[in-house]
Every structure is written in structure tokens, then in C-alpha cells.
Design a protein around this ligand. Structure first.
Ligand code: ATP
Ligand code: MG
Ligand code: MG
Length: 347
């Protein structure tokens, strides 16, 4: 790409570190400003692959090189309250919500929203961690016994959605925007299990609506790079669930759809190179492998690819994924179903 990069990445067993030009630099408080920039090999661009990074450090680095996406955008996405306020201020709907920081404010929020609700910690959560669904007052009492609710939490009205879907959007440093089609997603216990794209939608206008929402968000944020948006699909409306300022698990199918993948398009965005094709030439999908060793027996068909993250299996930990593609959507849906049976043996 004719440019030098550093990725702020997760490495090995989840140690927070910076991967720079082939070296792994562990983050310590002593490494800041110029010293950090030098330790990284004086890159022209720094980018991230996860949102839980130190924003002050990114702002420090921004004095020496381009930091994309910009630290302000990442800061919004680090906190569910800031994120939902930002999205609503654009006139884009979400689930109804209240921000709370005590047992009393939780009770008042439930009074206002009505049960059921989902309570989520505002920061650090992923894969459904730090979340409680409350259906009745007994469950509320049980939560309050184990948690004083001090700190930032969001209470969301429970949305009876028809489907879940997500869009991977991108904006280049030259201002060019592009979007992959919506993927439809299946979650179990708050964790993504599989995605299929393009999504089958209850109303044909939702696809354009998703792009419009994504465009308004990336433009308002002055965003450069790939940004992903999770939606709840209602009959003729999309509600934003959350944003991820990075490539997304539900976009891994782009590696197998005969187009430019989300990973390549992230790099093209931040390098200001014309964005690659985002309209798939085929239907494609992805199945996550959680908490178990990868098995080559899953590769029974020639249109299945296995991606290995080289991680030690732990319960519910994402250790890899399978990509599948087919010009026949029903065949793809069946294959994804069979793979889930083979992996989880529960369908
Ligand atoms: P991720 O791994 O995608 O970052 P997360 O831990 O940030 O997940 P959310 O995306 O907020 O969690 O929620 C996980 C899942 O829980 C959603 O995909 C959805 O299935 C369900 N969920 C979350 N909020 C609501 C809601 N308000 N109403 C109904 N279901 C919800
Ligand atoms: Mg999340
Ligand atoms: Mg989510």
C-alpha cells in the first residue's frame, strides 16, 4: 500500500499490546507520546482492531501520525450511553433506554420503560457479558442482591424484533463511502453464531434505510475506516442496537463472496485507496466456532473454508469461523444449518 501501519491489537492470550511493523510492543504507562511512536517504528498510520483501547494514548499518537478511526469516534463507541445518545441525536431510532447508576435509578427506569428490560454495563461488555434480562420483580431483586448498580449502566426496553441484521460500512480518507449488503445474524445467549448475506428482509426499503443510517453516522463522526452497525429489524423499521468501530464478526463472509473483504477495505479506506467491490457475486455466510477445538471434518464440502484464530479453547471463546458460499441461497441456508449441527450437535 506504500504506507507504514501499526495495528493496536489483541495479541496472544489477550494481552493489551501494540503490534508495530512486525514487532510486538507491550503497552506500559512509561510508553507515551514520542516514545510510543518511536517504539512502533514511526508509522504513518495507526489503526485499531478493537474498541477497548486507551483513547488518551490514541490522542497522544495523533500528534505524530494519522490515527484512524479518530479517537473521538472510538470514545463514543466505548460507552453504550454515549453511543445511544449520539445515534438518537441524529434522529436514528434505538430501543427505548435510560442511563442509570444506582438501585433507585434502575427501579425508576423499569417503572418508565416497563418489563421486560435488558440491563447492560455501559463499558467493556461484549458477547453478552455484563448484561441481565429482567422479566419480573423476582429477577430484579436477585440482580440487586448481587449488584449495587454503582457505575454506568444502561437499561433498554426489550425489543421484540423479527430479525437481527448488521451492516459493514466504510469511508476512506478521501471521503468515499461504501457499504456491504446487510447480513442477517443469529445470536445465542448474546453471542453471534451465524450470519448470512445478503439478508432476507421483511420490507425491501430496509436495505436503503440501513445505508442511509450508516452514512449519516460515519459522516457525522468524520470516520475513516470500517464501521459496523448492528440492527434490530422490525417490520418496516430498523433500530440501531450498537456500533463497532472496526471490522465485524458478521462481516467475515466478505472473505468468501468474490469481492474485496472487509479487512482489505479497511486498509484501503485508511490508505485513501479507491475502495474495493462490496456487492457480492454470490450468497455467503459464516458460522462461528465457540469454545472447542477446530475439526477438519467440518470441511466436507468444497465451498467451506475454515479460519483458525490460533486461540486456546475456553467456554464460549471464539476460536475460529467457517465461511460458506453458494449461488443457491437455500443450499447455503441448509449447509449453515448442517454445520451448526455438526459443531454444536443441538439442532
Ligand atoms: P457483541 O458481542 O455483539 O458486541 P454485546 O455484548 O455488545 O455483543 P449486545 O449487542 O448489546 O451485546 O446484545 C447482545 C444480544 O442480546 C443482541 O444481539 C440481541 O440478540 C440481544 N439484545 C440486546 N439488547 C436487546 C434489547 N434491547 N432487546 C432485545 N434483545 C436484545
Ligand atoms: Mg458489543
Ligand atoms: Mg452486539
Amino acid at each position: 500500500l506504500g504506507m507504514t501501519f501499526s495495528f493496536l491489537a489483541e495479541s496472544g492470550e489477550n494481552r493489551s499490546c501494540v503490534e508495530g511493523l512486525g514487532d510486538i510492543v507491550e503497552l506500559t504507562p512509561a510508553l507515551s507520546g514520542r516514545k510510543l511512536f518511536e517504539a512502533l517504528g514511526e508509522p504513518e498510520v495507526v489503526t485499531v482492531e478493537r474498541e477497548h483501547v486507551d483513547v488518551a494514548m490514541l490522542r497522544d499518537l495523533a500528534s505524530f501520525c494519522q490515527v484512524t478511526p479518530n479517537p473521538d469516534a472510538i470514545e463514543i463507541c466505548q460507552h453504550r450511553g454515549r453511543e445511544k445518545n449520539f445515534v438518537n441525536a441524529l434522529g436514528v431510532p434505538t430501543a427505548p433506554y435510560r442511563l442509570i447508576n444506582s438501585a433507585e435509578s434502575l427501579k425508576a427506569a423499569i417503572e418508565a420503560l416497563g418489563l421486560p428490560v435488558i440491563v447492560k454495563s455501559c463499558e467493556e461488555g461484549y458477547d453478552g457479558r455484563g448484561q441481565w434480562k429482567i422479566d419480573n420483580t423476582q429477577e430484579l431483586d436477585a440482580l440487586l442482591l448481587e449488584n449495587t448498580m454503582e457505575g454506568d449502566f444502561i437499561v433498554e426496553g426489550f425489543v421484540a424484533f423479527e430479525k437481527e441484521a448488521s451492516i459493514v460500512a466504510m469511508r476512506s480518507s478521501k471521503g468515499e463511502c461504501a457499504f456491504y449488503p446487510l447480513a442477517e445474524n443469529e445470536h445465542r445467549n448474546g453471542i453471534l453464531i451465524s450470519s448470512i448475506a445478503p439478508a432476507e428482509l421483511p420490507s425491501p426499503s430496509l436495505s436503503a434505510e440501513a445505508r442511509k443510517i450508516a452514512q449519516s453516522i460515519i459522516e457525522k463522526m468524520d470516520y475513516v475506516g470500517v464501521l459496523s452497525i448492528e440492527f434490530f429489524v422490525m417490520h418496516d423499521q430498523l433500530l440501531v442496537n450498537e456500533l463497532a468501530p472496526r471490522v465485524h464478526n458478521s462481516g467475515h463472509w466478505t472473505q468468501a463472496a468474490g469481492i474485496c473483504s472487509q479487512f482489505e477495505n479497511h486498509l484501503r479506506s485508511i490508505a485513501g485507496i479507491t475502495l474495493g467491490a462490496t456487492e457480492p457475486t454470490t450468497h455467503a455466510g459464516m458460522v462461528n466456532v465457540l469454545g472447542q477445538k477446530l475439526n477438519t471434518n467440518w470441511l466436507v464440502d468444497s465451498n467451506v473454508q475454515l479460519h483458525d484464530y490460533n486461540k486456546t479453547p475456553r467456554p464460549n471463546r471464539k476460536v475460529g469461523h467457517l465461511n460458506v458460499w453458494s449461488s443457491d441461497r437455500q443450499k447455503l441456508v441448509n449447509q449453515i444449518h448442517e454445520l451448526k449441527c455438526a459443531i454444536y450437535g443441538d439442532e
